[in-house]
Design a protein around this ligand. Sequence first.
Ligand code: SF4
Length: 412
Amino acid sequence: MPGQPPAPGGAPAAPAGAELPLGVAPSPLALLLLGRDRDLASERGVDCPGDLPAASDPALADRARRARAALGDRAFVLGHHYQRDEVIEFADVTGDSFKLAQQAAARPEAEYVVFCGVHFMAESADILTSPSQQVVLPDLAAGCSMADMAALGQVEDAWEVLAEAGLADSTVPVAYMNSSAAIKAFTGRNGGTICTSSNADRSLRWAFERGERVLFLPDQHLGRNTAVLQLGLSLEDCVVYNPHKPGGGVTVEQLRAAKMILWRGHCSVHGRFSKDNVDDVRARIPGVNVLVHPECRFDVVTAADSVGSTEHIIRTLEAAPAGSSWAVGTELNLVSRLAKAHPDKQIVFLDKTVCYCSTMNRIDLPHLVWALESLVEGRMVNRIVVDGDTAHWAKVALERMLALPGSGTTRG
Ligand code: SF4
């Protein structure tokens, strides 16, 4: 399509929100940047053909229930922990990205996997499910700003920089689960593996058995926190590769000396928390325990009492004694839900200002109703398809991770 922007992560682009008869292979999809108002030439993902129900429709929840019941076992609805309550209510299973992809793969009888999460998660589900299963993302504008910070072309350029410096052969790429299928495939092609936020240490150890240094994509914070706090490397062992600067903004000598080459990417939600937030909450709530996600910055993580994946955060709060106080540094939908689920504990959000994941929040009840009702009516919408070659190499990288000891049950 002329003038169509490339999808984030270098994935091929094509019309979004297109209606297709069931069983008809769709064109590749485009993800769309937010904030482009009514420019439909660049905002196709926000356009939902047919009738997107009004958010004010009081019958929305009933419509979702009816459509869900009509689909029965033909559909499987997955809800990421960071989704809104109005959406989570309709999820058959909730979890983090990796658990959800595994769950989707474990339901081969489900014809449709409706993924209430963001684009890279739906891609992982498509890679791990059988070819007969079709993955639907209710709003194609639900991308991930972190995943978008590492486009395939940029990463290939960086690899070329390493190759010209004679360093590519001794460098092992490790990609965080929160990356596009194209980046996962790059990692698979180049002898690397994937990691989640709970097995990043094992993935890095695996990589250091095979090379002298790691190219860690795309979250610099998870890479740095894991390398320094879990593997015992120093901050000086890490360099940040900035894809927007020639040569990554680092010298060949710096690359050669580095053990960790950290891609300059971050989560726009977890990257907001600051050391000041930690100091402030400790001053306000005596005895508070600070619990944060490893996508937070190094100074936040080192100032916290406990660091771990979303599942670690959930388990820690479940096991916490009544009366204890917690300040939690992760996405606000999840923190609010945990606070409601544990009224015997004081659970507050680490930041004083609102910090939802704006792209996760793109999936709302109107989009879920639209997607479910479309499937009931025999219209496939917003299908996420990863092309065969990309899926193959991404799966190679994912399977290397799954082969790590204990990784069959890890969460990311
Ligand atoms: S919370 Fe961060 S990593 Fe997760 S989807 Fe949102 S921007 Fe991406």
